[in-house]
Write a protein that binds this ligand. Structure first.
Ligand code: SAJ
Length: 425
């Protein structure tokens, strides 16, 4: 199948790069977002999200005349749904409202021979059980009159533009013909392998990837607790275990953040709670890790009440500016709840504001007059800090490293009492 015009619904971290990349590869693309502020920002040459290289890509796409943005879809040969699927915090259920609205918005425009692809991470069987019936209200039948497929996005925030093109892509059709149509669509720009399967398998693949990572991080976090209990340095133990040719233990840390890994496993637990105890427990282990880090800081300082603490890093992972769902933010809030006075510094978002948090724009300000400094995110620039300089900038001498970012010998030599996650010091 050859495509000339497509609609991409949802202009967030996935939809916008996808729409722009199709446009710079020659397709006529209508990018749709229901938020008029996002449309206005894009029309004025701005960008509402941060991702390296994205502003240039979007501007190139709009300037070429191939990408237009709008609040409503319009007739096209293919429709891609890339809207968020968060979860309701209370019951850990997927919030599918945006997918439902997007499918409903497509239905009046759907024609014989069209292709609809769902990219949003979704519980198993969503394409067949939720999306198909909505689209079939058009009077057309999925897999017979129009093609319907699921294709998960797998790009890493911070590397989206490269991974979108280079990563292998799975396209799952409700019929082999639908998978082929999706294959043809993504062939426009994907350089990685494109593999055809059925829609529910493709949904499971995505959830299995992120769940595997979550479970693997949970075991690393549990190892950090065990090592601490038994007087072992978890970082040394992990590096030695990883010499085994079939072992690859991930890194412990203050917890698991971001919009994907801490959410997607719940989609499997929700869909089949009685057969997913491991996945649920891994989620609970990772969600409890900020509290474990707070206990570590408390032990290092004797007590938290009235202590002043500098928190280094608020992003959800190293070298990105995304503070959403960040375990570092959670640690700071818990420290404050326990009576500490905390200032935070995030070099990738120095002027960010968050409710109930004191964020200062420089290293000097965060370190001034504090009893302790805690490293919460392994940003490269924090790993390179000179302990001799840091100790002169603060009044106390307690340092807590939750991400194995600092050389213990160097920090102790500079005069710090250093506590480390996963090390009984
Ligand atoms: N983390 C650890 N220890 C580790 C690795 C990560 O504590 O060893 C923490 C990070 O600090 C962060 C969280 O886990 O808080 C998640 O970070 P990440 O880099 O593992 O993943 P994301 O959320 O940035 O992106 C993931 C990717 N999925 C996988 O690697 C299986 C990406 O490919 C997906 O496209 C993305 O989720 C998504 O959108 O689903």
């Amino acid at each position: 199948m050859k495509f000339q015009k497509i609609c991409v619904l949802g202009l967030g971290y996935i939809g916008l790069p996808t729409a722009s990349t199709f446009a710079t590869h020659g397709l006529e693309v209508v990018g749709v977002d229901t938020n008029p502020l996002i449309i206005e920002t894009l029309q004025n040459g701005g960008l509402h999200i941060h991702e390296p290289g994205l502003l240039n890509l979007v501007q190139d796409a709009i300037r070429s005349g191939k990408l237009r943005v709008a609040t409503q879809p319009e007739p096209a040969e293919a429709f891609i749904i890339a809207v968020p699927t968060p979860f309701y915090e209370d019951g850990k259920r997927a919030d599918m409202r945006a997918v439902i609205s997007a499918a409903e918005a497509i239905t009046p425009h759907l024609k014989n021979g069209n292709l609809v692809v769902l990219e949003s991470t979704s519980p198993p069987r969503t394409t067949i059980d939720l999306v198909a019936p909505i689209l079939e209200k058009s009077g057309l039948k999925a897999g017979v009159d129009f093609h319907l497929a699921y294709s998960p996005e797998r790009v890493l925030p911070g590397q989206i533009l490269r991974e979108l093109v280079e990563n292998a892509r799975v396209v799952g059709g409700v019929t082999p013909e639908s998978a082929q149509a999706a294959y043809d669509l993504y062939s426009v720009f994907v350089k990685g392998q494109i593999v055809k399967t059925n829609a529910t398998t493709a949904e499971m693949v995505k959830l299995m990837e992120n769940t595997t990572r979550d479970v693997n991080i949970a075991i690393a976090n549990e190892f950090s607790r065990l090592a601490n209990r038994f007087g072992v340095d978890v970082w040394e133990a992990i590096s030695l275990a990883n010499l085994h040719p079939r072992i690859d233990i991930l890194k412990p840390g203050p917890g698991v953040g971001g919009h994907c890994i801490s959410v997607d496993p719940w989609f499997l637990v929700e869909a089949a709670p009685e057969i997913t105890p491991l996945i649920r427990t891994a989620r609970e282990v990772n969600d409890a890790q900020p509290k474990f880090v707070v206990n570590l800081v408390e032990r290092a300082l004797g007590s938290l009440e009235g202590k002043s603490i500098a928190a280094l890093g608020l992003a959800y992972k190293p070298d990105v500016d995304d503070l959403r769902e960040s375990p570092a933010v959670e640690v700071v809030l818990l420290l404050q709840d326990a009576g500490a006075k905390v200032k935070a510094f995030e070099p990738f978002a120095p002027n960010a504001t968050l409710p109930n948090l004191t964020i200062v724009p420089t290293l000097e300000e965060v370190l001034a007059d504090v009893d302790a400094v805690i490293l919460l995110v392994a940003h490269n620039e924090f790993k390179l800090l000179d302990a001799h300089i840091v100790i002169k900038m603060m009044s106390g001498r307690v340092a807590v490293d939750t991400v194995n970012g600092w050389d213990p010998a160097a920090w102790q030599k500079a005069g710090f009492e250093l506590a480390r996650l996963g090390v009984n010091t």
